[in-house]
Design a protein around this ligand. Structure first.
Ligand SMILES: *Cc1c(COP(=O)(O)O)cnc(C)c1O
Length: 463
């Protein structure tokens, strides 16, 4: 299996190379050259299998022998062993034929753990084979940074530096980043906002001397291996509700378009998905694209669902590549137009997108109402991002005999203030991390200054 860039001007890579590279050298994202498929019998055979067994079968065709079977089995077992639920991604029944796929049982309570817990050890294993080291640098508004620190802590070959905006993440998010004691993970509180953190990270990747000296690696959601790991739970959820004999629908709270794109991959592999619903908050560029064909930036508004406060959804480029018949030149032009404000989808691309996806938008009031309703009607205390998914699911319900599965992207305890304001219940942390507030914190406050941040990283990195 080879990987090609969505902009068509970078060399094709193996799975291992694409995982280490993250972004392609032409600025594009890597996608598989072809979509491997599973037969109906393969999918039916997943019924009754463990999450780990399905993960092996779904991911292996994409990996081109990067790991032998026993090694891959061991990597998957290790990735999910720390989850708080033996099913890993269980379904909660909230109304007749309506379900929440609980993706919050990982160590940092958001779905990011599903991919990050796996790619940490995979990258470490590949580096060990090459006798190399790497330095992961990332900016976070909360969830990605904590998931990365938790996934890479204690690994031999990787040092991790996470930049977060000082004083602007929730206390739970901050403590998840600052309490791991391992020497190879570092939380940097930058005196600036999230955009400042992201700008510093971009500047480090563009400082080629620094980048090469430290072997910088990116683990944000443009990394193909992260998308791949998320394909698995579409299969386990659908099969639990009767697939492949019975098609199901999914609603995904969307920011960077990674999670919903994993659903698109599952469908391309042969999983019968009747509907893929892109759920957005008030930052609704993707909902507007689906309803009008125009993909135009309008500025980002902060909401009670911060992980979806995004308007340049990086992984949308992967879908555009398919919508434009895998024409890298066409995608490059669209990305140039987006940098200048936006673009309008060609007629054929728009029609194809409408065949594959539906969408919905939730205002913050609708989001709060959905949190209150889930508590009143099903006794479920849900997080605000999940609530956005429920609003979009209800707006696109269609045939009531098709099971509707909303991705529950985070645990309510990650956003306790918004949840308590909406339903009156203050969600508690799961017992396995109840001592989060007692553990000692370790972080460095740094100025919003490239030289200072690079110096701090040089001092601590082993690469
Ligand atoms: C990251 C995140 C999202 C958005 O997922 P994408 O893959 O970026 O679309 C939604 N909800 C939560 C809680 C998240 O952490």
């Amino acid at each position: 299996m080879r990987y090609v860039s969505t902009r068509g001007r970078a060399p094709a890579l193996s799975f291992e190379e694409a995982m280490l590279a993250g972004l392609a050298r032409d600025g594009g994202l890597y996608v598989p050259e072809t979509w491997p498929t599973l037969t109906g019998a393969d999918i039916a055979g997943f019924a009754g299998e463990s999450y780990e067994q399905v993960a092996f079968a779904v991911m292996r065709p994409f990996m081109g022998g990067c790991f032998d079977d026993a090694h891959l089995t061991a990597l998957i077992a290790r990735a999910y062993a720390g989850f708080g639920h033996v099913a890993r991604a269980p379904l909660a029944h909230i109304a007749p034929n309506d379900w929440i796929l609980e993706l919050h049982h990982g160590p940092t309570l958001a779905f990011k753990d599903f991919a990050m817990q796996l790619i940490g050890p995979m990258i470490d294993a590949v580096l060990a084979r090459r006798g190399a080291r790497a330095t992961v640098v990332g900016a976070t508004s909360g969830d990605t940074g904590s998931a990365a620190i938790e996934a890479f802590r204690g690994l031999d070959r990787v040092d991790v530096f996470i930049l977060y905006p000082h004083g602007r993440v929730s206390e739970v998010q901050r403590r998840q980043m600052t309490t791991p004691a391992d020497a190879n993970v570092h939380a940097f509180a930058v005196e600036g906002d999230f955009d400042a953190c992201q700008a510093l990270v971009k500047a480090m990747f563009n400082d080629f001397a620094f980048r090469d000296a430290l072997a910088l690696t990116a683990v944000n959601s443009i990394n193909w291996a992260r998308v791949l790991a998320q394909v698995v739970y579409y299969f386990t959820a659908a099969v639990a509700l009767g697939a492949p004999a019975r098609p199901v629908a999914f609603s995904a709270p969307t920011g960077n378009f990674g999670d919903i794109f994993a659903g698109y991959v599952a469908r391309n592999m042969g999983l019968p998905i009747a509907k893929l619903i892109v759920a957005t908050n008030e930052n609704d560029i993707l909902h507007r694209t689906l309803t009008t064909g125009a993909h135009m930036k309008a500025g980002v508004t902060p909401t009670i669902t911060p992980s979806m406060d995004i308007e340049v959804s990086s992984n949308f480029e992967r879908l555009l590549f398919d919508l434009y018949d895998r024409d890298g030149g066409a995608v490059s032009e669209l990305m140039d137009e987006l940098a200048r404000g936006g673009f309008t989808l060609a007629q054929g691309a728009r029609a194809r997108m409408a065949e594959g996806f539906a969408s919905g938008r939730a205002s913050q009031d609708e989001t709060r109402a959905a949190i209150a309703r889930a508590y009143a009607e099903a006794g479920q205390v849900i997080d605000p991002h999940t609530a956005v998914g429920l609003v979009a699911a209800a707006a696109n319900r269609g045939d009531p005999s098709v099971p509707m599965i909303t991705l529950g992207t985070a645990h309510a305890a990650k956003f306790p203030d918004a949840v308590e304001a909406a339903c009156g219940v203050r969600p508690a942390l799961p017992a396995r991390m109840a001592d989060l507030f007692d553990r000692p914190e370790r972080f460095e406050v740094l100025p919003n200054d490239l030289g200072a941040v690079e110096a701090a990283i040089r001092e601590r990195a082993r690469a």
